[in-house]
Design a protein. Structure first.
Length: 333
């Protein structure tokens, strides 16, 4: 038992400790607020989970170059490819939440990654900052099949169930998920043939080794230009401003699946920094030269209304991607 004097002494010590803790917390909060106010005070890194030269890399580098002018700080692109882009995503999820390490991602980081790979992150480890672009895929067919429309394809698939095959750039990736959604909505039975990359998949269609593919637009265009593949439709729910093909939805109501790219920050990034990045991104995307460069890669600039709007969109798209990824694991051969 303490006497009154000892009790008073312990109370005073506890009060001083609490005061020091409050001062420390206040100092940390003040430092964080000041850091957010000074943002950006050094170069920013944009991590891309794919190798240089592809569609994601093109979007990321055009965006980074424009963003650096708005922020008045270098925005350095860092390619960290591998494991379906999850290596890059994992790196950003573990990065300091200060706005200096960002991720160029799509719906996979918001859902399907967890169904296809052993990852050490969840969608909640990221803050969706802003959407950049949307790009529909193109349904192509080998010219020798004599198909001219989605309806032709459906009639052929019904006459020959399981005989037509569909090439993709790999199990569970967006070009495979597009085929999974098509089969789910139409009841068509297609044999899936995965390749290591979109170029190889579309080349196989042009060569006649495979029948059809839901290809990214640049890869599809390369196959179409050979004259050995034809375009049947785009995968977006509405006609594309950049591609002169009808939407699959005209023949398959409800079909709507496009690839998109957006910017993500690690969880815990201050809201003030997120808002700064969002506003800077809007300005970066508003440059005519940026829109023109992205359109050359068949990417349409589709800026978000706010970080909250992009968060809602990204999570909804992530849930859809997760559903299709789970279904794809059952249909992958």
């Amino acid at each position: 038992m303490y006497n009154q004097e000892e009790t008073d002494m312990h109370i005073q010590r506890a009060a001083r400790a609490a005061g020091r803790a409050l001062m420390l917390a206040g100092g940390l909060l003040a430092a964080a607020a000041q850091a957010a106010a000074d943002y950006p005070a050094k170069p920013v890194t944009l991590v891309i989970g794919f190798p240089p030269g592809g569609g994601a890399d093109h979007v990321g580098r055009v965006y980074a170059n424009s963003l650096s002018k708005v922020l008045r700080q270098p925005v350095v692109v860092e390619n960290r490819p591998g494991a379906g882009s999850t290596i890059g995503a994992s790196h950003v999820a573990r990065a300091a939440p200060d706005g200096y390490t960002l991720y160029l991602g799509n719906s996979s980081v918001m859902g399907s990654d967890s169904a296809l790979y052993k990852v050490d992150y969840t969608p909640d480890d990221f803050i969706p900052v802003a959407q950049l672009t949307t790009g529909p895929m193109v349904l192509i067919a080998n010219a020798g099949l004599g198909l001219a429309s989605v309806q032709d394809l459906l009639e052929r698939a019904r006459r020959q169930p399981g005989e037509l095959n569909v090439a993709s750039s790999g199990n569970g990736v967006i070009t495979h998920l597009a085929a999974v959604e098509f089969m789910q909505l139409t009841g068509a039975k297609l044999m899936h043939i995965p390749f290591k990359g979109g170029a190889a998949a579309t080349q196989s269609v042009a060569a006649g080794d495979t029948d059809i593919s839901f290809a990214t637009a640049p890869s599809a265009k390369a196959a179409i230009d050979t004259g050995k593949a034809v375009a049947l439709a785009v995968t977006s729910g509405q006609p594309s401003r950049l591609l002169p093909y009808p939407p699959i939805a005209a023949a398959v109501p409800g079909y709507d699946l496009s690839n998109w790219w957006g910017v993500f920050a690690p969880r815990g990034t201050p809201q003030a920094v997120v808002q700064t990045l969002f506003e800077a991104t809007r300005k970066a995307l508003d440059e005519p030269a940026v829109r023109q460069s992205l359109a050359a890669g068949y990417e349409e600039v589709t800026p978000s209304a706010s970080p909250a709007a992009f968060d809602e969109f990204a999570r909804k798209e992530g849930a859809k991607g997760l559903r299709l990824a789970r279904e794809s694991t059952a249909t992958a051969n």
